[in-house]
Design a protein around this ligand. Structure first.
Ligand code: PRX
Length: 627
């Protein structure tokens, strides 16, 4: 009856709540026999077991049958004002054509397919085509390097890649096909590379290539969907953890889809006819859940934003909001922080009266950015929802809305649990901290969107998420509960950085730096940055016979990180020094490095446990020579 009643029902009668929603909101070939069968101690998680469905049917066919001419996708290309609209019936035809192309070339149910494409209708159709034939997609953000792509291809045993000749972002060309070809050199498993045209410039060709556009021209517009089990793999998406190797987070069919669908509708108060504008890239979970699966499962019109917030000028988002009449806008704090520096005029010259809800995701939003988003962008009239979640949660888990119509929203906190989510804050003794308190953010109960495993490494899955606080899902984030019971996020508790909303393990960067023949040891820490949130700062020690100048080495190391991972991972500052602060057992004391990196050398805290305290004075001396 009230929001509180419904929330209580959702957690106390979880199976009734989710069971009823699954029945009414998804289309099934065969009903499920059990709502949930989850053991958070063993990590065996099943939702809607026995049910059979197809995700592409739920995202496309059923809407195309009801309103074939409704716009499903609005592609806002890099050049402003250059949009393409795709209706539900057109999307269905595209999905079926790609499904036929994939099947004809030998792609089967259960195969892993890599998608390395810009945000575009063809990329969305490719994802949906995988779901239609029962293949598992692994979308790799088209800003990752050839090596990073190769690593993801190898880990998943990918045989099929879909890409485009090039990409364009902010007026700059990105050589996607060249990068794919370089990755494929290291991946003997790859049997075929489908290439679609984005720019039509001469991209390199190899004998594995299949011209996707040409193949689609002659392919049939019909494709009988594969009948999938609820718990068959839907997709995997790599994300960073505290070791050097990214984790292929696995989501399955029905639970993920229902959770994406419910959160898209209720967090953003989405109604039929709204234009939903999530500006995330499809290479991240936000793009999966709130550009593709959430909105399309609800039959919405979803915007695909190919560009960047400052192209051609910092008014781009708001000009687009006016032109496309966007009702819900969902973006990252890093972009808001960047745009607010350009002042209010870029916002105010556009009509934003269509906006109802403004969402924030991916990293903490600071008060200044929140206030600007609320007061300037939203003219004080829109709800601002700071949504906390992760690749692993599948969808939004802590969020100010939904809540009662008169329930307040406080700035810069995700505040309330979504339906069916019971957050807990745990202490160092694994105790469930009540009242005003701070600790590890966990979730006590299973929910349909939760990740099922790490591809090929269930032990790592258990070690990372379920063993630290037995019986609970551990998020890796810290949180505190305030006097009113609202949740605030305090940041990662592990060595994972968040650079402009991109998640990056310090160990990933360290592994790359260690590869350089002159490097003896490397340690990477995060330093606060006004726009990016955080930046990587690297400390390296060199081998004994090293005599070249430090600046050249730093350039080489930066190049190496760009080549092995991506540009966003390149440490913005580096210090070549003679020793790293370690405990007597040899553990690097990152706490000290963080202080040095932040320039707080007068406030290093307790250094009595250092194996060699002289390292500190060397570090302080060398900190004057940061590159
Ligand atoms: O540290 C949290 C931060 O982003 C991490 C998840 O990153 P990823 O899996 O890439 O997913 C990003 C998009 C959901 C979290 O562990 N994070 C995400 N949202 C917030 C946040 N930190 C603070 N406030 C948020 N609203």
């Amino acid at each position: 009856k009230t929001y509180e009643d419904l929330y209580k029902f959702s957690v106390n009668n979880s199976d009734d709540f989710w069971g009823e929603l699954a029945k009414t909101r998804l289309d099934w070939y065969k009903p499920f026999s059990q709502v949930s069968d989850c053991d958070m101690n063993s990590g065996n998680i099943k939702w809607f077991d026995g049910g059979k469905l197809n995700v592409s049917v739920n995202c496309v066919d059923r809407h195309a049958a009801k309103h074939p001419d409704k716009v499903a996708l609005i592609w806002e290309k890099d050049e402003p004002g250059n949009t393409e609209k795709v209706t539900y019936s057109q999307l269905l035809a595209m999905v079926c054509k790609i499904s036929n192309c994939l099947k004809d070339s030998g792609v089967k149910r259960g195969d892993r397919v890599a998608i390395y494409m810009p945000v575009s209708p063809i990329a969305v159709a490719a994802m949906l085509a995988c779901t239609r034939i029962g293949a598992v997609h692994s979308v790799v953000f088209a800003g990752f390097s050839a090596d990073a792509l190769a690593q993801r291809i190898q880990d998943a045993g990918v045989e099929t890649i879909l890409t485009t000749d090039q990409g364009v972002r902010g007026g700059k060309v990105i050589e996607l096909k060249k990068t794919v070809d370089a990755a494929v050199q290291k991946c003997p498993s790859v049997k075929r590379v489908f290439v679609s045209k984005r720019t039509g410039e001469n991209a390199p060709k190899t004998n594995l290539d299949i011209d996707l556009d040409a193949a689609m021209k002659t392919a049939s517009e019909n494709f009988t969907p594969e009948v999938m089990d609820s718990e068959d793999l839907l997709f995997m998406l790599y994300t960073s953890g505290s070791t050097g190797k990214p984790k292929g987070i696995v989501h399955t069919q029905a639970g993920y889809l229902l959770y994406a669908s419910m959160t898209q509708k209720y967090v953003f108060d989405y109604h039929d006819g709204d234009i939903f504008g999530c500006v995330a890239d499809i290479g991240w979970i936000t793009g999966h859940s709130y550009v593709v699966y959430g909105p399309l499962s609800n039959g919405a019109t979803t915007v695909l934003f190919e560009s960047i917030p400052t192209y051609p000028d910092p008014g781009r988002y708001w000009e687009m909001v006016e032109r496309l009449k966007i009702n819900q806008f969902y973006g990252a704090p890093t972009a808001i922080r960047l745009l607010l520096r350009y002042g209010d005029s870029f916002v105010k010259k556009y009509d934003r009266s269509s906006l109802k809800v403004l969402g924030s995701v991916g990293e903490p939003i600071n008060h200044e950015a929140w206030e600007w988003y609320h007061n300037v962008v939203g003219d004080g009239k829109c709800d601002v929802v700071d949504t906390w979640w992760q690749t692993e949660t599948g969808g939004i888990a802590v969020t100010p809305r939904p809540s009662g119509p008169n329930d307040k929203i406080i700035p810069a906190a995700p505040m309330r649990a979504f339906f069916g989510i019971q957050p807990a804050i745990l202490g160092s003794e694994q105790e469930d901290l009540q009242g005003v308190n701070e600790g590890a953010l966990c979730i006590k109960n299973p929910w349909p969107g939760m990740a099922r495993t790490i591809y090929g490494d269930h032990e790592r899955f258990m070690d990372t998420y379920y063993r630290p606080f037995p019986g609970h899902y551990f998020s890796g984030d810290g949180a505190k509960r305030d006097e009113e019971g609202f949740i605030h996020i305090t940041g990662r508790m592990d060595d994972v950085l968040n650079i402009s909303g991109h998640r990056l393990g310090t160990a990933e960067v360290e592994d790359v730096l260690d590869e350089h023949p002159d490097v003896a040891e490397a340690a990477v820490v995060g330093v606060p940055h006004a726009v990016k949130g955080e930046e990587a700062f690297a400390f390296v020690t060199v081998k004994e016979n090293f005599s070249r100048d430090h600046e050249t080495l730093v350039k080489e190391l930066q190049g190496l990180v760009r080549e092995r991972i991506a540009s966003f991972a390149v440490p913005s500052q580096m210090l070549v020094t003679e020793g790293l602060p370690k405990t007597r057992s040899g553990k690097i004391m990152r706490r000290i490095l963080r202080k040095v990196a932040a320039g707080q050398v007068d406030d290093l805290g307790d250094i009595s446990t250092l194996a060699d305290p002289t390292v500190v004075s060397i570090l302080i001396r060398d900190s004057n020579f940061v590159f």
